[in-house]
Ligand binder design. Sequence first.
Ligand code: CUK
Ligand code: CUA
Length: 645
Amino acid sequence: MTKHFNKLASVLLGTTLAATVASAASGGELQEVMKKRGLTEQDIIRAAKTYLPSGGRDEFVVFSSAGQAGQVIVYGVPSMKILKYIGVFTPEPWQGYGFDEESKKVLRQGNIRGREINWGDTHHPALSEKDGKYDGKWLAINDKATPRIAIISLADFETQQIAVNPVFKSAHGGAFFTQNSEYIIEAAQYAAPFDNDYAPIEEYKERYRGGVTMWKFDSKIGRIKQKDSFTIEMPPYMQDLSDAGKGVSHGWGFTNSFNSEMYTGGIEVGMPPNEAGMSRNDTDFLHVYNWKKLAKLAEDKKNVKVVNGHRIVPMDVAVKHEALFLIPEPKSPHGVDVSPDGEYITVCGKLDTHASVYKWSKIQKLIKSKKYAGKDPYGIPILDMKESLHGQAELGLGPLHNQYSNVDGEIYTSLYVDSQIVKWNYKTLKVLDKVNVHYNVGHLCGMEGKSADPQGKYVISLNKLVIDRYQPVGPLHPQSHQLIDISGKKMDLLYDMPIPLGEPHQAVAIRAEKLHPHVRYPMGTNVRTGKIHEGKTLAGQERIERDGNKVTVYATVVRSHINPERITVNKGDEVTMYLTNLERAQDETHAFTVSQHDVHVSLEPGKTGSVKFTADLEGVFPYYCTEFCSALHLEMMGYLMVKDP
Ligand code: CUK
Ligand code: CUA
């Protein structure tokens, strides 16, 4: 007992005070609480390792995909306290994302062929990089269902851009920044024609294509430059997860694929069902491409084909310039993860118990010597698997994804089928430890664990099933993030966090000290553009302007009134309301809605936002501030009067 209390006390207070606390606690309140709640000493130690006292700050901040919710979840580590949901591909009501005009403009950038899309399937968030290290400026995340990439500013944790992929029809293998955020990699998934035409499935091999889009990124302003972006055409092998080279492999990209069989279910009558048809071959292909060279090539018109206004570098051009290669990898792979120095590339295959560690210097040698093991049906050179491999490590059933720690050669891999995290060394190929997780882990998230500067300390297991871990809330269970301490020789599972917002496919963590979000905006800021809003209104400038049936209201909000407090319009008028929050005090947010009009805008200090509606219903409609902002919050209101002239 005393030994455990000493350990606990040293966690809490450091070793010098340990003895004192142990003797005080052993007879006292702590033991009573433990007894009452049925807690073990191990529980108490884990609680102490994750407990964040009131007002405290976490060491790391995690950005997690919210899967089918189309959003991003932000939480702290080690406390696992949820801090924010960021609306990305789907509306987010609290901040009025999708309910005010500025955010609608961002959401509507995600329209496809004129169609509004309000649902998204977020998979892989990525943090912008400088020299392969996170710079804390931008977050990118992909939508798999309707291939799009969103850019979120870490100055205010708001979505600022959605870029639609003009040629892909689904995309899983994004987003991944190159080491200086020059580009964001997005790989296609289910092959389809690049154009928008119908093509019968019998033409799969000729007309259907996979590929990798290199989104040009301007990290100064945090925007994807659509016209400077290009796509590398690839065979219809169903490209998947990707990673950018860094350090010694900077300038190159790596993308997995499955279905090298090009099985479609429709071509080969009498074939076994999809699952078996798509994994008949023992190996699929790791795509290795020199994006730096391809970007240069794409500048010359004669090297590209333009589809939907977007530049494509065809496979034969890439092959001719020795910029695209294939390497066999164990079938049905999932993650491909480049080591912090860029020399080792670890690929895990769901149907293989091994992780395959490729060595960049070996790959480079094969490329330089033009020693190819053969060519695929599209003429792409294949490099010999054995000669590219550093080695393979037997890890367990269903290895999926990898994260690195701050210890040389140390890597953590999720085992989907075994429901475990395995710690091993990708240089020695030795397995070091395993820990059970609950259950069916997909990705895992290390602390800056995929950057050039991993921090160690923790990994988080992002689990697909929870079954018996939480209070049941119906047949659909929350999904689970489990925090694991990796600072010792053995891993230790510290904390279970349920997230009721969708599947946490992937998450990225950054040191909190790297983030410096705004406290307030410069007065009159349009937060979706970062520029001063045309509707900026200062105290004394409030007014209502009419031009025909168009009514424009320039309003201010400040404790504790909305000015103007009365707006009278005619039925059928088109009303635009610009609202500026004049507050400078921290966290003094107001927000605005009008009864029965389906609008909402959140107004953080200094922000100007707007709502727009047609006053098509006659009547009296209260409007009010929706944030409990002061003692006179309920008084912060007014009336929209709509009369039939
Ligand atoms: S994830 Cu998208 S299927 Cu393993 Cu990257 Cu869940
Ligand atoms: Cu402002 Cu409530």
